[in-house]
Design a protein around this ligand. Sequence first.
Ligand code: GDP
Length: 439
Amino acid sequence: ALKLAIVGRPNVGKSTLFNRLVGKRLALVDDRPGVTRDRRYAKGSLGDLELTLIDTAGFEDITDDSLESRMREQTEAAISDGDLILFMVDAREGVTPLDRIFAERLRRQPKPVVLVANKSESRESGGGVGEAHALGFGEPVALSAEHGEGMADLYAALVAAAGQESFIADEEDDADKPIRIAIIGRPNAGKSTLINRLIGEDRMLTGPEAGITRDSISVDWEYEGRNIRLVDTAGMRRKARVQEKLEKLSVADTIRAITFAEVVVLVMDKDNAFDIQDLQLADLVEREGRAIVYVASKWDLEEEPQARLAELTRLADSKLSQLRGTPFVALSAHSGWGVDRLMPAIIKAHETWSVKVKTRDLNDWLAVATQRHPPPAVDGKRIKPKYMAQTKARPPTFVLFASRASSMPETYKRYLINALRESFDLPGTPMRLTVKSGG
Ligand code: GDP
């Protein structure tokens, strides 16, 4: 998450903004051991941006002479810890000499600064916003932390200022964490047989030990140095519980499996792959934002493998165009043919799903993509894309700032998503794009 240091003189409203960004989610603010006591950290968010907030408001109650040095200390620490500095002034009071001291200090450090003119809800605040402009950090964001006004502008300013810094949580990169896989599909698609083949141990599915708990089953193993965890699957539960041969497709079970997984393997019988139920399952995975791999099973029974593979691939791309390029593995769990291609496909899908695109690359790309195919005009006025950033991974989530954002047609958003897929090589993964005004 992006570390945001909130600095400014006392009583401009730093804590109010801090609390608003932290929200109810985490009332508890921790004082980390080893750092100055009253500097506070908390996880917060603004829209889809994950933030680590550094508050410097702790010194505001101090009334003796130590105020200035304490304030300096706090601010220095926050500046050195933050990726991005939010410099807050009071729009009602205008710029004070103390604000100028802060401004001077902030100009002598390299991190991006977002200037915020708080308490802007009142009409008289216009003058203060203008004065703040003169501090030399560009157009201030007019905000009312108290009333929650101007938060969209703050969002845009943070995204723009963050530039190369990533909003994407570092914890996501933990290489030791297992890749969580779920195997879904209709009854008799061949899930259980495939799972047995994959793990190579029948007892996993039949024995009561083997990590079977009352509500879910997971099995861990290693594949080429990566930790893999197969989570909760209806097929496994069924086998564990003893047979119920005419099982209906349990949507609740499937949703549960998808929720626990990062990569979902959709197993389909080669004879009826991509019929309506499979399309619904794939769509569910897309809407949940998980990575996906298609499997056509029972391939040993296929008499014209070449032609059928081409046909199924075509079918997938036309019926599930929102997941264009999804890895497709034809295999036989019985003979083992093709099974060796499944894990590589899963790992590739997981990588694509986790991608982080650099802001600079994204904006270079945006310039080209929008020039090649400009957005339409609405009421004679063009929608003008301005700036783009990735705000999340897993699935890749982008924000585009544009003028007349609310008029942006879905078809143009789809064009951008497809073009992103092509340019940054993101086959198959679900992607999100929101268009916001400003930037
Ligand atoms: P599930 O309900 O999706 O778990 O499906 P199962 O794994 O129980 O398989 C359903 C039926 O298809 C069983 O009779 C399996 O023996 C058969 N089956 C599964 N995989 C294959 C395969 O690769 N080739 C062939 N020929 N049959 C398979």
